[in-house]
Write a protein that binds this ligand. Structure first.
Ligand code: IPE
Ligand code: IPE
Ligand code: MG
Length: 231
């Protein structure tokens, strides 16, 4: 589809929910659902860049998700290392860089190494203006508490601006899209989402298409953002 958008959000958060239910609907295992979902993420992110979005912040795995059965989490780790390596080819073509946010020391070393490999390989595109951020073992509460403790240790008081800048995700997405039908943030960007437009799709993540994404971007254009003022 042709890009006819007049107003494009600079940063978009993506809560990729519904892999397990999608798998169940297709008589597959939850792990198959994650495989489908994680590869699907790459094409959706590339599509957002083609529409003019500069930063895509994907919620890959929450701190709470780490408490899921070991078999599911280990499968996700395995998938991640394959996909993070694939990022290097895909995102080199479109000249985008990648950054990981979250409680990374909670992850096994082989996952962290794969993150470093892809971050390093794509660092040369950091000035291109296109970045994909992936939250892995990410939790907004944890991110906030870490930033508070760091400020206490420095003996500094904070302002709204300096606090935002000290978070692992200092961007405030204009738009957050959540697939899978739930209408909540589930510990994603609690501070940064103060004025985000929230778009909830009933579609399960693997079934959320590029056309659905275009609909979300078109919906964003129709929003009137008041930031507490009057129009
Ligand atoms: C989202 O899909 C991916 C992760 C949280 C890792 P889910 O695994 O939560 O899928 P549902 O919500 O059970 O369908
Ligand atoms: C949110 O989905 C986390 C990710 C998509 C990574 P969950 O499936 O964990 O959220 P809840 O449990 O429905 O709130
Ligand atoms: Mg879920």
């Amino acid at each position: 589809m042709e890009n006819t958008l007049q107003i494009v959000p600079r940063s978009v958060g993506l809560i990729m929910d519904g892999n397990g239910r999608w798998a169940k609907q297709h008589d597959l295992s939850r792990t198959d659902g994650h495989t489908k979902g994680i590869y699907h993420m790459i094409s959706l992110v590339a599509h957002m860049f083609s529409r003019g979005v500069k930063n895509v912040i994907c919620y890959g795995l929450s701190t709470e998700n780490l408490e899921r059965p070991k078999e599911e989490i280990e499968h996700i780790y395995q998938l991640m290392i394959d996909v993070f390596d694939l990022f290097v080819t895909t995102f080199s073509e479109i000249q985008a860089s990648v950054k990981y946010i979250g409680k990374l020391n909670a992850l096994p070393e082989f996952v962290r190494n794969s993150m470093l490999r892809s971050e390093d390989a794509l660092r040369k595109f950091a000035s291109s203006g296109k970045t994909i951020y992936i939250g892995v073992a990410y939790g907004s509460r944890h991110e906030i508490i870490d930033a508070i403790n760091a400020a206490i240790q420095r003996g500094e008081s904070v302002t709204e601006e300096s606090f935002l800048a000290s978070l692992s995700m200092p961007l405030e997405p204009e738009l957050i899209i959540r697939t899978g039908g739930e209408q909540r943030l589930s510990n994603f960007l609690l501070y940064q989402a103060s004025y985000s437009e929230l778009y909830f799709s009933p579609k399960l993540f693997p079934a959320f298409t590029e056309e659905d994404l275009d609909e979300a971007l078109a919906w964003y254009q129709s929003r009137q953002r008041r930031f507490g003022l009057i129009s």
